[in-house]
Design a protein around this ligand. Structure first.
Ligand code: IMP
Length: 433
């Protein structure tokens, strides 16, 4: 058996969906471990797109258990829509889904507060650029021990009391932020809708932690699917421009309630370049035409919000930090094909700050914003063979680029993606042993 964590090595949107889908061929159980509908995994199967926000990307493999861990924050209405969409595509027909009863719930007022805070912050130059999916407010309530969990959706009286108490706390906040405090009728509507959603979800709910632990003890292959990326981690990312959960590999253990000794491998996913959505420092960002070109070539528009992603050169100090934070033992490289046709590729190998060279991003956000990237320049390549099955099938400049990343990140690649389809992949090493 083996237990593998797949984690984004950058600021999210690394193409984890495709990699998780490929690794799921060997997995018995796939567990989503953090965040909520802020994530968007775009899956392309035989040319058709499916975007999942909450359901693990492993959903494309009928019969494999798909678990939503207790560390998640789940919008029950968004989840029901997604289940319906998957079922309409012939997926999730075999009772594959298990939603942790301990996961927290996002209700309309969490989203309302998220949006109001962003608007309020934007006027004062303090916006985070969140996805406005209610993620921050739901995790805040959880930490304040006033959160609502999936189990509460199944207890009408408890749910009504919790919602009332939440809104007692939040009504003044909503008003302070320029919103209108919800009416009693509106609140009742939210409770009724949440209870209806809870009833529809009831059959999928259970003890996710025990289920995962039992699967590991039975010797099954378990795959943990990270959302977002290491640099958006609440504790270790580019705070405050981060999400509100533990996106690093340790978050998998915390969410599922299993110990770190259970984990056999951590695979990081990195794109061949860098992107970031929302605010926050991004030293290798390309502005103007160069950034636009990369955005269009890579289709870099948010799968959740449709926002254009900020694009730039690959940042190796940031990648090294991701490798360290998650203890990655190998990497998967995605979207190498997007760089095809560029006359020259640049890659940030270090930063310069106050006359010193740094091999990892400075931890203070103002220092990071001031740091200057030091670039290495490499020749580009024309096209990649979509049937490449080994690094030796790549043109020499692409091979050199791959080798530079490997050398400077300090860990080998286990997979290189040369196109969006499942088949367009160089598979070097299987993380499941
Ligand atoms: P939140 O998670 O919606 O609170 O957003 C906080 C920050 O994380 C914002 O900069 C978002 O753009 C970013 N973020 C959240 N989820 C994702 C994701 O799945 N991909 C990329 N960025 C994300």
């Amino acid at each position: 058996m083996s237990v593998v964590i797949v984690v984004g090595a950058q600021w999210g949107d690394e193409g984890k969906g495709k990699v998780v889908d490929l690794f799921t061929e060997r997995a018995d159980v796939v567990v989503r471990y953090g965040g909520g509908a802020n994530a968007g995994h775009t899956l392309v199967i035989e040319g058709k797109k499916l975007v999942t926000h909450l359901v693990p990307s492993g959903v494309l493999h009928p019969g494999k258990a798909c678990v939503l861990g207790d560390g998640m924050v789940i919008d029950p209405h968004a989840l029901l829509d997604e289940i319906a969409e998957c079922q309409a595509r012939g997926l999730l027909q075999q009772n594959e889904l298990l939603i942790g009863l301990g996961a927290h719930v996002i209700l309309p007022y969490h989203k309302l507060v998220d949006g109001l805070r962003e608007d309020h912050g934007a006027k004062r130059g303090r916006a985070i650029g969140t996805t406005r999916r209610g993620i921050g407010p739901a995790y805040e309530m959880k930490a304040a021990r006033r959160g609502i969990r999936v189990r509460d959706l199944l207890r009408p009286e408890r749910l009504a009391a919790l919602v009332a108490s939440n809104l007692d706390d939040l009504a003044p906040v909503i008003q302070h932020l320029g919103g209108t405090a919800p009416s009693a009728q509106e609140i009742q509507g939210w409770i009724t809708d949440a209870l209806t959603a809870g009833e529809k979800l009831r059959k999928y709910t259970g003890d996710a932690g025990r289920h995962v632990d039992n699967a590991i003890k039975r010797g099954q292959h378990v795959l943990f699917e990270g959302a977002q990326g290491c640099l958006l981690d609440l504790d270790h990312g580019t705070y405050p421009y981060v999400t509100s959960s533990s996106t690093i590999a340790a978050g998998a253990c915390q969410s599922a309630g299993i110990g770190p000794t259970m984990i056999d491998a951590v695979v990081g996913i990195t794109k061949a370049y860098a992107t970031r959505v929302g605010e926050g420092p991004f030293p290798t960002e390309l502005h103007g035409e160069a950034g636009d070109k990369l955005r269009i070539a890579g289709g870099e528009f948010g799968a959740t919000t449709g926002r254009p992603r900020r694009c730039g050169w690959l940042d190796l100090p940031a990648l090294r930090m991701g490798v360290r934070l998650s203890g990655m033992k190998s990497l998967a490289l995605t979207k190498l094909d997007v760089l095809c046709g560029m006359p020259e590729i640049q890659v940030c190998v270090a930063y310069k700050l106050d006359g010193k060279e740094l091999d990892e991003p400075p931890t203070d956000p103002e220092d990071l914003a001031r740091a200057t990237p030091i670039y290495a320049r490499q020749p580009g390549w024309g096209a990649l063979p979509s049937d490449a099955r080994d690094v030796s099938d790549l043109p020499a400049p692409a091979r050199a680029y791959v080798e530079t990343i490997e050398r400077m990140a300090g860990v080998p690649f286990c997979l290189i993606s040369v196109g969006p389809d499942r088949t367009e992949t160089i598979r070097l090493h299987d993380p499941f042993v």
